[in-house]
Design a protein around this ligand. Structure first.
Ligand code: HSE
Length: 383
């Protein structure tokens, strides 16, 4: 099977290199932006790829939706297989691209778009066929895990930890997607689509921007370790999907995930809890997931999304958790029955431990407090 690669950045170059040695796969041309085709095997003319009948598949690693979406559509319409590492593309246009693939008989796989080298989507796509997946959750953003790990083990400040994560190439071009939890949210939405056949909209995300060094010290004094967790689960109404900082006991598996590693855990009605951990980003881990998808196509795989996958509003009102809060004292009344822990030092805000409350109530309260000029940092307690 001959493959054209779209994009020659970190991941595209990795795919191109790995294709030289992969069994049953043959490297084709690499598409690059206008004026960047500085080698004979590169082209900036996508029409040339479509006009070449020897090319069977396209592997996309451009990122973003433009021009990736247009090129994906044209690839699938031509009947060629399309494999991508692009989470934004799949989160936005995945269902539409799947329909085009269904019509043309081409494969559409995107294992590399969630978890880098960690085979979460690959396994979910197989597991859900004979099992009933109940939940998927984990550490799906390497940048924030690196930052939290360095802040907790080395006492680094937030800005310094972010700078290091950027220098190491883990962060998105715009790191606000990492630190706000949006990147992890995109990934858990894809996992939900593959596991449950529901691509949830209106999901909630709280990142780590409001976590201070003092918060970290306070959690450590309680023997707790902070991680950014993305979670999707079946509920009576559909699926829940949210991202927030979560506190774990020191002996929990999540607490042991160091640096930029990812940990994904899914639970099936029959298989029980399965954990997968490893490198969630980077050239070779991500390229290896693309190569795995291409090898799966050789073995007959054509899709990851269940048939009749739909978009639906997330149901975040069922799952409850207790939260540790640091907030402006005037807003404490929003959390009736919360236990008062201590007066925070610097700005006179309070620390509270809430009663169990639904995820949507917690996120809405935080949004309300910030809208009214107050401050809040919250972390759910894993119990
Ligand atoms: N910025 C992402 C992360 C890259 O840190 O996990 C991989 O998707």
């Amino acid at each position: 099977m001959k493959i054209a690669v779209l994009g020659f950045g970190t991941v595209g170059a990795g795919i191109h290199e790995m294709l030289q040695k992969a069994e049953g796969l043959e490297p084709g041309p690499v598409w690059v932006r206008r004026g960047k085709a500085d080698e004979a095997w590169k082209t900036d003319d996508f029409d040339r790829i479509l006009a070449d009948p020897s090319i069977d598949a396209v592997a996309e690693a451009i990122g973003g939706t433009d021009p990736a979406y247009g090129l994906a559509k044209r690839t699938l319409e031509s009947g060629r297989h399309f494999v991508t590492a692009n989470k934004m593309l799949v989160a936005e246009y995945g269902l539409e691209l799947q329909k085009i693939a269904d019509r043309s008989g081409a494969a559409f796989l995107f294992s590399a778009a969630c978890g880098g080298g960690v085979p979460l989507l690959h396994n979910l796509a197989l597991a859900r066929r004979g099992d009933e997946i109940v939940s998927v959750k984990g550490i799906l953003n390497g940048t924030t895990n690196y930052m939290l790990d360095r802040m907790q083990t080395e006492g680094l400040g937030y800005e310094e930890a972010l700078k290091q994560a950027q220098a190491l190439g883990y962060a998105e071009a715009d790191p606000s997607a990492d630190v706000s939890g949006l990147d992890a949210l995109r990934k858990i939405r894809l996992a939900s689509a593959v596991a449950f056949g529901i691509l949830p909209d209106g999901c909630l995300h709280e990142g780590i921007e409001n976590v201070s060094a003092e918060d970290i010290r306070f959690y450590q004094s309680k023997g707790l370790v902070l991680r950014l967790i993305a979670k999707a689960a079946r509920t009576e109404e559909g699926v829940s999907a949210h991202v927030e900082p979560v506190l774990f006991a020191r002996n929990a598996a999540e607490a042991a995930v160091s640096l930029n590693n990812n940990l994904a855990v899914y639970e099936g009605r029959f298989c029980g809890r399965i954990g997968l951990s490893g490198q969630g980003a980077g050239r070779y881990p991500t390229a290896s997931a693309v190569i795995r998808d291409l090898e799966s196509i050789l073995s007959g795989a054509r899709r990851m999304l269940p048939e009749k996958t739909v978009r639906a509003a997330a149901d975040n009102g069922s799952e409850k958790y207790r939260c540790y809060l640091r907030l402006t004292e005037a807003f404490a009344g929003l959390f009736p029955g919360a236990e008062r822990l201590e007066q925070s030092t610097a700005d006179g805000s309070l620390r509270l431990l809430t009663k169990p409350l639904p995820a949507d109530r917690m996120h809405a309260a935080a949004a309300e407090i910030r809208k009214k000029g107050g401050c809040i940092s919250f972390a759910a307690l894993e119990e």
